[in-house]
Design a binder for this molecule. Sequence first.
Ligand SMILES: Cc1ncc(COP(=O)(O)O)c(C=O)c1O
Length: 410
Amino acid sequence: MTTASNTVVAPFRRAARIGAIQISEILRIAALATQRRKEGRPMIVLGAGEPDFDTPENVKEAAIRAIRAGQTKYTVLDGTAELKAAIRAKFRRENQLDYAQHEISVGAGAKQVMHNAFMATLDAGDEVILAAPYWTSYADMVLIAGGRPVPVRCAEENGFRLDAADLEAAITPRTRWLLLNSPSNPSGAAYSAERLRPIVDVLTRHPHVWLMSDDIYEHLRYDGTPFVTAVQLEPALASRTLTVNGVSKAYAMTGWRLGYGAGPADLIAAMRVVQSQSTSNPSSISQAAAIAALGGPQDHLATWRERFRRRRDSVVARLNAIDGIRCPTPDGAFYVFASCAGLIGRRTPAGDTISDDGAFCRYLLDAVDVAVVPGSCFGLAPYFRISYAASDADLDEACGRIARACERLQ
Ligand SMILES: Cc1ncc(COP(=O)(O)O)c(C=O)c1O
């Protein structure tokens, strides 16, 4: 391009900080599916990381009241006193944890809270251990903050849970954080107190490693074992743990952008610096809504859990009936993480080889208009993730189409 005076404008150059990081593969697949739907294809997209239920009425009403009451201005930087009081009460009620107000930080989603923490703590080359399969954003958030993601493979045979010995082997003097997510996106694996204990013991032996506990799927568990977060199990970890949570999943409030973290005051103060020079406060209206969510009735959760559990069981059964697919039953969240190892090497009717999980997912997209996400996006192949936060009819139709697509492979 040239300007009016015909001087040549330098081409766009990305900052090294974001290097080769791209918009997440999940969003790319969703955009492709939307495009094809516009072209008239009967797409079913099972990639969503959000409940298909509506935000509870009491929450919506609280937001409308806040708007009418003029709560539409900047608030204090990282959460109003009222919201922090509601978060403190939530931690006491559900996790038996007693955080002070200044040990809590509220941001525009759990994602911003984690981003703040990485920006506030990572120097170039500092390492963050991720339990693979992990939520795609973790690795990119670490990279943007200048750190180095260190994935540790969590075997299917171990329920996709992190093995304590593998964790210990991955720790180096540069390790700053272990990021643990229970129940997990994408595998649904959850850590009971018994399973968490060996992980906590490793951390106890390595006092320079901090823990980021992403508890965002806390309320979406189907195996009947009580939820436990690391600091609850081992109070000594409180001085080096950031416990992250939010309202996106438990209250179907993904669009409201509201999450929070609780941890040592020094860390929270450093995170506040990052937020102060990026977004400032999360939406005042969303904060008012979150007070209603956390402090109001919680009975929708039992209904949602039951609906998710039925969908999970149905999808797991349907996938396991397909030759070449193996689908373990996840403990929680709203995803299944199925193996397509048995299909690798087979050929499509068009003559293409299913060389990996990416090729399998592309085949499903092209041949039967079903969008799912390859396991390689989450650091573990050859698998694919299905989100069952979708209608029963769509799940039923999608499973039928996947079965037919697999039958056609040779
Ligand atoms: C594991 C995990 N953590 C955090 C988030 C982000 O939550 P929020 O909407 O609060 O930013 C997601 C969203 O998909 C997630 O899957």
